[in-house]
Ligand binder design. Structure first.
Ligand code: FES
Length: 103
């Protein structure tokens, strides 16, 4: 079933250039704040399943805490290889609600 699901309140969003993990139905998301732009991506790094939401935001990328692979928060594509990518989900903020379309 598609449609936007409320995953947290706006006050729980990560601070500027930080990321956090958010548990959702069926998966864990990495919610990132990249210079004020929020994105929602799958939390599982395609390298060795590292937790992206525990990583850092550097130079506009979400960086996996385990071995440093860096991902574009809008496309999910890894910096070093277009073949390595994580799924990105549409995110919107309505009032105090943060909504993600989990597909
Ligand atoms: S598990 Fe993410 S870079 Fe290795």
């Amino acid at each position: 079933m598609s449609g936007f699901t409320r995953i947290l309140s706006a006050s729980e969003l990560p601070a500027d250039n930080q990321a956090r993990e958010v548990e959702c139905p069926g998966r864990t998301l990495c919610i990132a704040n990249v210079s004020g732009e929020y994105s929602a991506m799958d939390n599982v790094c395609p390298h060795r399943d590292g937790p992206l939401g525990q990583g850092m935001v550097e130079y506009g990328k979400v960086v996996c805490p385990w071995h440093g692979w860096a991902f574009d928060p809008k496309t999910g594509v890894a910096e070093h290889s277009a073949r390595a990518r994580v799924q990105v989900f549409p995110l919107k903020i309505e009032g105090d609600d943060v909504l993600v379309d989990l597909g």
